[in-house]
Ligand binder design. Structure first.
Ligand SMILES: C[S@@+](CC[C@H](N)C(=O)[O-])C[C@H]1O[C@@H](n2cnc3c(N)ncnc32)[C@H](O)[C@@H]1O
Length: 261
């Protein structure tokens, strides 16, 4: 696909909606949301979600009682998020949605108790600048939550789906780029690199998670609700344990700014 998602994510919006609401997308949202909500506790946080897409995490965080600002570059994605928020009037008072770019966020340092950026930096040329831009917005005792492609696991999906030549090339070269769910080439990072970037920005890394370890290759997975809940519990258990977490398609890097709120 030749489209540049950093400027025109709307071109793959239908594909993203199908992925996001399917079993694999649901796993990713459930695991990351649970972790972010666990870290926030019941403090009634002010949260920024950058590259908020269709608003899935915005809605989940608002439903948990937090005040959420969602920033999104794609007007089409933003329109979908706006429509979803409008359909949830009990949450709308806690949500603000804005068009904007991760490289130009109009907020003062330390403005948010949590800054969330899920599934975005893998589409950008590198992670150093965006992580620094996001980290500066995190207040004392606040967290940064970055979900991106795990370059340790490059080739795993390809091998498990029988695309052996592609898998072998990726495994032998250790290349960090591969084609993602939407048919777009995405870039990966190692968890250690993300932790180093957080440290460089003055944050303390918390344990990272591997996300979608056992189900990433099951592209047409349609679990029953019972099977889904069992799968989710299993993925959650493995997400924080080695050697499983290293094989997650995605890495969820979480870091805290030390200091009293
Ligand atoms: C894969 S979607 C993820 C959406 C959402 N965060 C989620 O987890 O469901 C990536 C989103 O990042 C947005 N995006 C890409 N580049 C961006 C940028 N430079 N600034 C802000 N958003 C960006 C895209 O428009 C798209 O909505």
């Amino acid at each position: 696909m030749s489209t540049d998602p950093s400027t025109d994510f709307a071109a793959v919006q239908t594909g993203y909606a199908a992925y996001s609401s399917g079993g694999r997308g649901r796993l990713r949202h459930d695991i990351t949301a649970r972790r972010v909500l666990d870290e926030l506790g019941d403090r009634g946080a002010h949260v920024l979600d950058v590259g908020c897409g269709d608003g899935e995490m915005v809605l989940r965080l608002a439903a948990a009682g937090h005040r959420v600002v969602g920033v999104e570059k794609s007007p089409g994605m933003l329109a979908t998020a706006t429509g979803r928020v409008a359909a949830a009037p009990d949450l709308a008072g806690r949500v603000t949605l804005l068009e904007g770019d991760i490289g130009n966020l109009p907020y003062a340092d330390s403005s948010f108790d949590a800054v969330v950026c899920h599934g975005v930096v893998m589409y950008l040329p590198d992670s150093a600048a965006p992580v620094a831009d996001l980290a500066r917005l995190v207040a004392a005792d606040g967290i940064l939550s970055v979900l991106t492609k795990n370059s340790l696991a490059v080739g795993v999906r390809e091998a498990l789906t029988g695309r052996y030549a592609t898998a072998r090339a990726q495994i032998e070269s250790g290349q960090a780029a591969s084609v993602g769910n939407l048919g777009i080439t995405t870039r990966g990072d190692t968890p250690d690199h993300l932790d180093d970037l957080a440290r460089a920005a003055g944050l303390t890394p918390l344990p990272w998670q591997g996300v979608r370890i056992f189900h990433d290759h099951r592209t047409d997975w349609k679990p029953t609700e019972t099977e889904y809940q069992e799968a989710l519990a299993t993925e959650w258990a493995a997400s924080s344990r080695s050697p499983y977490r290293e094989l997650g398609r995605l890495v969820h890097a979480v870091a805290r700014r030390e200091g009293a709120a």
